[in-house]
Design a protein around this ligand. Structure first.
Ligand SMILES: NC(=O)c1ccc[n+]([C@@H]2O[C@H](COP(=O)([O-])OP(=O)(O)OC[C@H]3O[C@@H](n4cnc5c(N)ncnc54)[C@H](OP(=O)(O)O)[C@@H]3O)[C@@H](O)[C@H]2O)c1
Length: 285
């Protein structure tokens, strides 16, 4: 079994290191690195997978895991020409609800959308801190089950769900509300502010309306729940949109908020709060 991981960042590096304990893993990186050392809740794990930085050196594998940021899909697609054989399956491990639509050259029946809840942070090339065991959710079909099996010997809980759309939109509901932190530059504690909490509920209500039109089952109570969960998080916890802004990196604004506006338009549902806050954040420096 040969597995290629595109993206040697926090998620790609961590998954590559765990999988390399049991499989032949190739790490397809943009920036060079030597090897992987992951500080996990179970202790340090190390791996020295074959590392490629030139897509022309890629050969077909059984599985490709794409773990770039959503805005780097065009670059990531450059690897697929070499990595994809007639049977290769592609798992797209990224935020949002459009994982299946981001690599249209790969047949849909060989693309597995993946939701990941794994708090990981890259501290240097190939050096990552994993804060919890984490979990992975994939659709309940043959490819989803085969993907989940890859993690059987790891501490990451990988499971299938019969209602992937609902799982993905529920995660998006949390992520879309996180924009209030990226705008105010305040960690999760900002949800204790009553006015901000109301903005969060408004963002989530728009997400619920669009998600339902897309086939997800989302209760009205989700808006209050998202505020509650954020209030219960560590007050200093910084979401990735906020972290990316602080670090001056590009942000996954389209995948977290823009998508609600775009898909809303398709269904005739307006999402003015997501539109306005995404515009404000995009324009901020
Ligand atoms: N980190 C988390 O805790 C977490 C949790 C849940 C979900 N996610 C989601 O998982 C996805 C990945 O996030 P991340 O935190 O792992 O991001 P990240 O640390 O920025 O890693 C992304 C990696 O992709 C690499 N890359 C970009 N273009 C490439 C290309 N053309 N070829 C090869 N590699 C390329 C980057 O290379 P460079 O090294 O050159 O930058 C970087 O190493 C995102 O959608 C994120 O929202 C992350």
């Amino acid at each position: 079994m040969k597995i290629a991981v595109i993206g040697a960042g926090a998620i790609g590096g961590t998954l590559a290191a765990w999988l390399a304990q049991d499989y032949d893993v190739i790490l397809c990186a943009r920036s060079p690195l030597e090897d992987l050392e992951i500080e996990t809740p179970r202790g340090m794990i190390r791996a020295a997978p074959l590392i490629l930085t030139d897509p022309t050196q890629a050969q077909p594998v059984d599985w490709v895991l794409c773990a770039t940021k959503t805005y780097d899909c065009a670059g990531a697609a450059g690897w697929l020409t070499g990595l994809m054989g007639p049977e290769t399956r592609l798992a797209v491990i990224q935020n949002g609800v459009e994982q299946r639509d981001r690599f249209l050259t790969v047949p849909r029946e060989r693309t597995v959308p993946v939701i990941i809840d794994l708090p990981v942070e890259r501290t240097a090339p190939g050096r990552i801190v994993q804060r919890r065991d984490g979990n992975i959710t994939v659709p309940e079909d043959a490819n989803g089950a085969a993907f989940a099996d890859l993690f059987a010997e790891t501490s990451i809980d990988a499971a299938t769900t019969p209602d992937f759309a609902t799982a993905a939109w529920k995660k998006l509901a949390i992520n879309c509300s996180g924009i209030v932190s990226a705008i105010t530059l305040r960690a999760a504690e900002v949800a204790n502010d009553a006015g901000v909490a109301e903005v969060m509920r408004g963002l989530v209500r728009e997400c619920i309306a669009v998600g339902r039109a897309e086939g997800a089952t989302l209760p009205d109570s989700l808006a209050d729940k998202v505020v509650e969960w954020t209030r219960r998080a560590h007050p200093d916890s910084v979401n990735s949109l906020h972290a990316d802004r602080l670090a001056g990196r590009q942000m996954e604004l389209d995948a977290r908020n823009g998508v609600i506006v775009r898909l809303g338009e398709k269904h005739g549902i307006d999402a003015p709060l997501n539109r306005a806050l995404a515009a404000l954040l995009a324009a901020s420096r």
